[in-house]
Design a protein around this ligand. Structure first.
Ligand code: G2I
Length: 359
């Protein structure tokens, strides 16, 4: 499909090239670049790059053998996050025995396609190996296990991932600390220590805290605001706050999302939208898809409105592969591409937000 805008860009490039020829100007490289650009429409990542941001999509290892899916992901996006491959159960299945097979597979795919990689995640209460959850540990033992895990995983992926979700989902909805194994055994100091150990292993990688239900203002995002402010005051290496953004039409759009992103940026950290999807109760219909599109556009605009909102990652990009139907029966249709990899209204809404004048 050639839109009028693309046609006029093409005409302009042809005119520029022929004018240059007539004038005998040595502008061949620019003309070449312009004509190369004519061969495909700008992708979401191309458009995001014009704002100095990235547009990514997570991928889980089994999805790589869906060639059509993996190829489109590689073309449309500029970043990826392994859906499971770098989690503790995968990387340290036995104590002190590391297995980077799944994570490396994603890193190699990303390298082949020219995508950068967000590391996810060094510590989480979920998907821990059973040797860890079934053991009884003193605070010192668990601290040493955590340090060893972080040091090994971050060292292995040094230079291969540009950011790490160091600690994932460490707060409750009411803003108290989640009583995960680390909190219960070590106390809240595990968070600053995890960041310090990650920094020691790779001083260049960007270190994030990451959670859901923190996109808008409220008790949970307030808790992160207070924590990150304190970590900064204590000179703990923290570079970013990840807002997962697993949204659902029935719960309403996050309250004051742009202001919320801004207040974290004002603390001196980057913000990333790390796991965006917007689910609905099934079946989908035109009204729900229009509302979903509106929300995708709004999240994109809210990120673009804040200089330090560095990028957006979708949690998968198509309804063909999504975690939602198995976790929320009767819900789904959460991504901007449908099961046949065709664009939904949400895709156009994201494009529109990325190309809006003044965005
Ligand atoms: O739950 C959605 C995301 C919430 N934020 C953190 C993310 O890490 C999380 O990702 C999801 C993965 O997309 C799922 O693929 O985390 C789930 C686990 O909580 C992942 O699901 C699990 C299945 O429940 C397991 O049955 C399966 O063995 O993936 C495993 C590996 O394929």
């Amino acid at each position: 499909m050639r839109t009028p805008a693309r046609r006029s860009r093409r005409t302009a490039a042809v005119l520029a090239a022929s004018t240059a020829l007539l004038l005998g100007l040595a502008v061949a490289p620019a003309a070449d670049a312009a004509s190369r650009h004519q061969h495909r429409a700008a992708t979401l990542d191309d458009l995001a790059r014009q704002h100095g941001r990235y547009f990514g999509a997570a991928v889980d290892n089994p999805e790589l053998s869906d060639t059509a899916y993996a190829d489109l992901l590689g073309k449309e996006f500029g970043a990826t996050t392994p859906g499971n491959g770098m989690k503790w159960y995968a990387t340290e299945p036995q104590r002190g025995v590391f297995d980077f097979t799944a994570g490396d597979e994603i890193v190699n795919y990303a390298k082949d396609k020219g995508l950068k990689v967000r590391g996810h995640t060094l510590l989480w209460h979920s998907q821990l190996p059973s040797w860890l959850t079934s053991g009884t540990w003193t605070a010192d033992e668990l601290r040493s296990i955590l340090k060893n895990h972080i040091t090994n995983v971050v060292t292995h992926y040094k230079g291969k991932v540009f950011a790490w979700d160091v600690a994932n989902e460490i707060m409750n909805e009411d803003g108290t600390y989640r009583e995960n194994i680390f909190y219960k055994t070590i106390g809240p100091s595990y968070i600053a220590d995890a960041l310090r150990w990650a920094h020691a292993a790779d001083p260049k990688v960007k270190l994030y805290l990451n959670d859901y239900n923190v996109e808008g203002t409220g008790a949970k995002s307030d808790a992160y605001y207070t924590l990150i402010k304190q970590l900064k005051a204590d000179h703990v290496p923290i570079d970013g706050f990840g807002m997962q953004a697993h949204l659902a039409l029935q719960y309403g759009f996050p309250y004051q999302m742009q202001q919320n992103i801004q207040r974290f940026a004002d603390l001196g950290v980057d913000v990333a939208i790390t796991e965006l999807d917007i689910r609905m109760s099934l079946p989908s219909d035109a009204t729900k898809l229009a509302q979903q599109a509106d929300w995708y556009g709004q999240v994109t605009s809210d990120c673009l409105a804040v200089r330090r909102c560095v990028g957006i990652t979708l949690w998968g990009y198509s309804d063909r592969h999504s975690w939602i139907p198995s976790v929320f029966p009767g819900e789904g249709a959460a991504l901007p591409w449908d099961e046949n990899l065709a664009h939904k209204p949400a895709y156009d809404a994201i494009r529109n937000a990325l190309t809006a004048v003044g965005s």
